[in-house]
Design a protein around this ligand. Structure first.
Ligand SMILES: NC(=O)c1ccc[n+]([C@@H]2O[C@H](COP(=O)([O-])OP(=O)(O)OC[C@H]3O[C@@H](n4cnc5c(N)ncnc54)[C@H](O)[C@@H]3O)[C@@H](O)[C@H]2O)c1
Ligand SMILES: [Zn+2]
Length: 719
């Protein structure tokens, strides 16, 4: 391949990855590979500037704007950061800074590089007036409504100091619990203000990283697994996808967070970046306490080393550190390239890897029957924890890696809690290695596995008889958000099933204390080899039976969720109850009727109809009814106000001064109108609010749908 061809190829490939990454929140390659290809392209372009493509990714900020949101122009460009993976590069950077500043003294502020989505937030007279994405650096998407859902982003900034927290005072002992099981104590640097904190100016902007906390990411995935939804790939892409959603109600359900790391204003109220970090914290912004001032590059190196492993204890994913020249006048002196500031750089950690032997594979069967292979490894130390397992996702992944049993494999720890296998050390493959034969039958019950068109996972179709599926169906049923009988956890269900006391969760309601008293089982912890005895003593039995009895009062919405219908999570259950009001109405509903429920698509509708069509499931439901569970809820009654909108269909976009989304929907229905879920020829009116989505407006124009404002809508109601 000639350099010219390689340049063209790299440009295309990198632009494609960039599009996938920013537009579709998908990483087709890992960041290290991406950065290497980008560096290769930059090198080639320096050598052969004549072949440089006009759309080269080397001089542009990666993202773009999308049609779903209104476009905003940034007051100050939102740039990228130069990045490096080596100490040598960092020393080079330091030399450039030194030279650029003509050997004046300077200091750095080091921060963690948070792995999420860059956000810009503008405040006017203390109020949050705009939240935007970085976009192409010049223009971004107006996602104000989504940014407002972040609880740690103040909607209003009052200039009073909030007083320093213990972390800011540099006290040791703040606990950060990102990793399951381990609590590490971290000492943060001293962030005591050196100068009095000024009041915030009338107009200013803060920038930060919007992220999905790891705990939240895991919670969401656990829920998705429970109802049979595909899992989110990683916290960064999940955060990016969430910020792009239109429905800020759905965004609010994922508890996003934001660490703020930069301040911009026309007024010079700070001399240094450090002052701004301290002040933003005092004004009520969420500033991570992990930053530190370093007086030379050696101290920067120490900071880097110090955080290499410790960063895994933080509540979010981080992929490196960011080094910034502290003084603003010096930042100005150093200036910018087209893509990034010359006064800052990021140092990215190479993913922490270790090599170990794959000793076996355990195939786990989930509630909805999906089979997931888990790699069993010879224990190895990685980022401060002993790793014995790694995720392998599915059969495709095993094939992609070409991994065999007893191979030496590389395991890496990225942002996720469970490490993953990233490759095979072929040099160390021995005669002992054996191909992995993916099971064709369920490892738990022997039923032949099936694989649905287009799905990566294999399933065990024996929903009823398969022990782990049965077990997890109970776990689903007793969880707090369902029937709330959590006192049955810790192996107790297994014991009841083993004894033949229960077959389905409905059988719980006929348990008696005579049946339970005295049951005992010894559990052996595989990892520690410790024994644990669970026995049903008088007190335990009493607690369990009381909890079962009490669960009969759980609202209908919880009961519907507890049934364990695929794709029917908590939110969907709530919507179904709002719409139909009772179990009988839902059981009778046709696919079409179900589709009329807000946010219910064909996948859910089909799943509900199929589930209730099954006699076994219906018998289960009847048993629950006989036990006295709540089978009806509050149907959301829309009190009719009139019929001014009768026969007319509506859809809305944007936000409104007089109504919330819900109020607007209620008013439409209360006046005889009907809400549609998308723009089609059937739509009569599109109500356009503030920050309306341009793509909806485009489509409405094309289909000649009448667009009205909030006032016109109100006027229609008056008739
Ligand atoms: N895997 C892929 O397919 C793929 C595709 C495109 C880009 N990428 C990744 O994205 C990177 C390019 O993205 P980029 O241009 O956003 O650069 P970047 O992510 O390397 O650096 C800039 C960004 O860092 C973030 N940041 C986090 N903590 C910060 C802090 N304390 N201070 C300042 N900024 C902080 C900000 O969001 C800022 O916009 C590449 O290096 C690559 O790793 C990956
Ligand atoms: Zn099975």
């Amino acid at each position: 391949m000639t350099p010219q061809e390689r340049i063209a190829e790299l440009t295309d490939r990198l632009n494609y990855y960039t599009h996938q990454y920013y537009q579709n929140s998908i990483s087709e390659v890992d960041d290290f590979t991406f950065d290497q290809l980008l560096a290769e392209l930059a090198d080639l372009e320096t050598q052969y500037p004549e072949f440089r493509q006009p759309e080269s990714p080397t001089a542009r900020v990666g993202g773009t704007i999308s049609k779903e949101f209104a476009t905003v122009y940034h007051r100050f460009p939102m740039l990228s950061l130069g990045n490096t993976y080596s100490e040598e590069d960092l020393i080079e950077f330091d030399k450039r800074v030194q030279k650029g500043l003509n050997n004046q003294p300077y200091e750095y502020i080091c921060e963690l590089k948070f792995d999420g989505v860059a956000l810009s937030m503008t405040y006017e007279n203390g109020l949050l007036v705009q939240g935007a994405t970085r976009g192409d650096g010049v223009r971004g998407d107006d996602i104000t409504n989504n940014v407002r859902t972040i609880r740690t982003v103040p909607l209003r900034v009052v200039g009073e100091g909030r007083g320093a927290s213990s972390a800011e005072r540099g006290e040791v002992g703040t606990e950060v619990g990102g990793q399951s099981g381990s609590q590490i104590t971290i000492a943060f640097a001293d962030h005591t203000p050196q100068v009095p904190t000024p009041l915030p100016p009338a107009l200013f902007e803060v920038r930060g990283e919007g992220f999905l906390p790891l705990a939240e990411f895991n919670r969401i995935n656990k829920e998705r697994e429970d109802i049979g939804e595909p899992l989110l790939a990683n916290p960064r892409n999940a955060a990016s996808g969430t910020f792009k959603q239109q429905d800020s109600g759905a965004v609010a359900k994922r508890r996003l967070d934001c660490y703020v790391y930069s301040f911009l204003s026309d007024q010079d109220i700070f001399q240094t970046h450090e002052e701004s970090l301290i002040a933003m914290k005092q004004w009520g912004f969420n500033v991570s306490p992990t930053w530190q001032k370093c007086t030379n590059i050696q101290e920067v190196m120490q900071y880097i080393n110090q955080w290499e492993e410790k960063r895994f204890t933080l509540p979010l994913g981080t992929d490196g550190i960011v080094i910034k020249v502290n003084r603003y006048d010096q930042q100005r002196e150093l200036g910018y390239t087209a893509k990034s500031p010359r006064w800052a750089i990021s140092f990215k950690y190479k993913a922490l890897a270790a090599s170990t032997v794959l000793t076996g594979i355990r195939y786990q069967v989930g509630r909805t029957g999906s089979v997931t292979p888990v790699a069993l490894l010879t224990p190895v130390l990685l980022a401060g924890t002993t790793v014995k397992r790694a995720s392998l996702h599915n059969a495709n992944e095993i094939e992609r890696l070409g991994v065999r049993l007893y191979d030496t494999v590389f395991v890496e720890k990225g942002g996720e809690i469970i490490p993953k296998i990233t490759g095979v050390d072929l040099n160390r493959r021995t005669d002992q290695s054996q191909p992995i034969v993916y099971p064709t039958t369920c490892p738990a019950c022997g039923t032949p596995l099936i694989r649905k068109e287009g799905e990566a996972n294999h399933y065990c179709p024996n929903e009823r008889g398969c022990p782990p599926q049965r077990q997890t169906r109970f776990e689903h049923f007793i969880q707090r958000r369902a029937m709330n009988i959590e006192s049955l956890g810790e192996g107790k269900i297994e014991m009841l099933i083993d004894r033949g006391l229960v077959e389905t969760p409905a059988d719980l309601y006929s348990l008696t204390s005579e049946q339970l008293l005295g049951i005992e089982k010894v559990f052996l912890d595989e990892e520690t080899g410790k024994k644990r005895i669970v026995s049903f003593r008088e007190k335990t039995v009493e607690n369990i039976l009381t909890a079962i009895e009490r669960s009969k009062a759980q609202p209908f919405q919880n009961v519907l969720f507890a049934l364990g219908i695929r794709y029917v999570g908590n939110t969907t259950a709530e919507k179904l109850v709002d719409y139909f009001g009772s179990m009988d109405a839902i059981m009778k509903a046709s696919q079409e009727e179900l589709l009329a429920v807000p946010d219910t698509g064909p996948r859910i509708a089909e799943s509900v109809v199929t589930w209730f069509a099954d006699e076994y499931n219906r018998a289960f439901v009847e048993q629950l009814r006989a036990a006295g569970l709540q089978f009806a809820g509050e149907k959301k009654v829309v009190e009719q106000e009139g019929d001014a909108l009768a026969g007319k269909t509506f859809l809305y976009t944007g936000t409104f001064a007089n109504f919330s989304r819900e109020e607007l929907e209620n008013r439409i229905e209360a006046n005889g109108g009907r809400l549609l879920s998308g723009i089609s020829k059937k739509l009569n009116y599109l109500i356009v609010g503030e920050n309306a989505g341009p793509s909806k407006i485009d489509k409405a124009q094309k289909l000649n749908v009448q667009m009205i404002g909030e006032d016109e809508f109100l006027a229609m109601l008056e008739v």
